[in-house]
Design a protein around this ligand. Structure first.
Ligand SMILES: NC(=O)c1ccc[n+]([C@@H]2O[C@H](COP(=O)([O-])OP(=O)(O)OC[C@H]3O[C@@H](n4cnc5c(N)ncnc54)[C@H](OP(=O)(O)O)[C@@H]3O)[C@@H](O)[C@H]2O)c1
Length: 256
C-alpha cells in the first residue's frame, strides 16, 4: 500500500491536534509540528492509537530555516507529502492603537510567513503527489475589529496568499484552500475569554454568554468540527474545490 503523508502544524494542541487525530483515519503517516515536544508526543500517541505513524518535529516556525527542516525530515522519513495543513497561529489579539510593531511582526512571522515558507518548501513534493494544502484563516478576516486588529488583517492576508498559491496550483495540480473557523473552544479561545472576563469583572461563563450574544450564535464550535471540515477538504471527494475559503462559524458572518 502507498503511504500517504500529511504535515500538520500547530499539532501540539487545539485545532491542530484535533486535525492530526482526525487525519490518522485517512493518512498512513502524520508529521506533527509545533514547539512543545511534550504536547506533540501526546498528540503522536493519539495518532498512533488511531492507526497512523507519527513523526514529531518540535521547532519554532518563525525561524526562517524551520520550513526547509520540516520538509527535509518529512521526506527523509516518508519520501512524500500528500497534504499540508498550515494551522499554527498565535496572532496577538490587541487593540489597533496598542499593538506594537514587534507584536505585529510575531503574528506575521508565524501565521503568514511560516505558512508561506512551508508551502513553498513542500511544493515540489505536493506537485509530485497531486497534493493538498489548507491555510487557516478566521472570521476576523471579514469582520475586523478595533480590539483585535492584527488578527483580522493577518487572516485577510492569509486568504489572499492562499488565492495566489491556488492560481499556480491549478497549473501544478496542487489543491489549495482556506478554512475559516468562527469562535471555537481551544486553549487560545479560552485565554481570550478569560481575559475578557477579567476586564469586565465577570465569570468566564458570563464572558462566554456575552460573546455568544454579541456574535449572535447559539454555541461555540469545537476543534473536532473544524478538523472534520479540513479532512473533507483534502479528501478525494473535494479535489476539484480549490482557491476557496470555507467558513464554519455557527452562522456568525451574516454577509453574502
Ligand atoms: N479557536 C478559534 O476560535 C479560532 C478561530 C479562528 C481561527 N483560529 C485559528 O486556528 C489556528 C489554531 O488555533 P487554536 O485555537 O487551536 O490555537 P491554540 O490552541 O493556541 O494552538 C496554536 C498552535 O500553534 C502552535 N504555535 C504557536 N506558536 C508557534 C511557533 N512559533 N512555531 C510553531 N508552532 C507554534 C502552538 O504550539 P506550541 O505552543 O507548542 O508551539 C499550537 O499548537 C490559529 O491559526 C488560529 O488563528 C482559531
Amino acid at each position: 500500500m502507498t503511504k500517504t503523508v500529511a504535515i500538520v502544524t500547530g499539532a501540539s494542541q487545539g485545532i491542530g491536534r484535533a486535525a492530526a487525530m482526525r487525519l490518522a483515519q485517512d493518512f498512513s503517516a502524520l508529521v506533527l509540528v509545533a514547539r512543545d515536544r511534550t504536547k506533540l508526543e501526546e498528540t503522536a500517541a493519539a495518532v498512533r492509537a488511531g492507526g497512523s505513524e507519527a513523526l514529531v518535529i518540535d521547532l519554532d516556525l518563525t525561524e526562517p530555516t524551520a520550513a526547509a527542516m520540516v520538509v527535509e525530515r518529512t521526506l527523509s522519513a516518508f519520501g512524500r507529502i500528500d497534504a499540508l495543513l498550515n494551522i499554527a497561529g498565535a496572532v496577538p489579539a490587541l487593540d489597533v492603537f496598542q499593538v506594537t510593531d514587534e507584536q505585529w511582526d510575531v503574528g506575521l512571522e508565524l501565521k503568514l510567513h511560516g505558512a508561506r515558507r512551508l508551502t513553498i518548501q513542500a511544493w515540489g513534493a505536493l506537485r509530485a503527489s497531486k497534493g493538498s494544502v489548507v491555510f487557516m484563516s478566521g472570521n476576523a478576516a471579514v469582520t475586523p475589529k478595533t480590539a483585535a486588529a492584527a488578527v483580522g488583517a493577518i487572516n485577510a492576508c492569509i486568504e489572499a496568499l492562499a488565492k495566489a498559491f491556488a492560481e499556480r496550483g491549478i497549473v501544478d495540480d496542487v489543491q489549495i484552500n482556506c478554512v475559516s473557523p468562527g469562535a471555537s473552544i481551544t486553549g487560545r479561545r479560552m485565554a481570550l475569554l478569560e481575559r475578557a472576563a477579567t476586564a469586565k469583572g465577570i465569570s468566564v461563563e458570563a464572558a462566554k454568554q456575552d460573546f455568544l450574544g454579541q456574535a449572535g450564535i447559539a454555541r461555540f464550535g469545537t476543534a473536532e468540527e473544524i478538523a472534520d471540515l479540513m479532512a473533507f477538504v483534502i479528501s478525494p471527494a473535494a479535489h476539484w474545490m480549490t482557491g476557496t475559503v470555507l467558513r464554519l462559524d455557527g452562522g456568525e458572518v451574516r454577509s453574502v
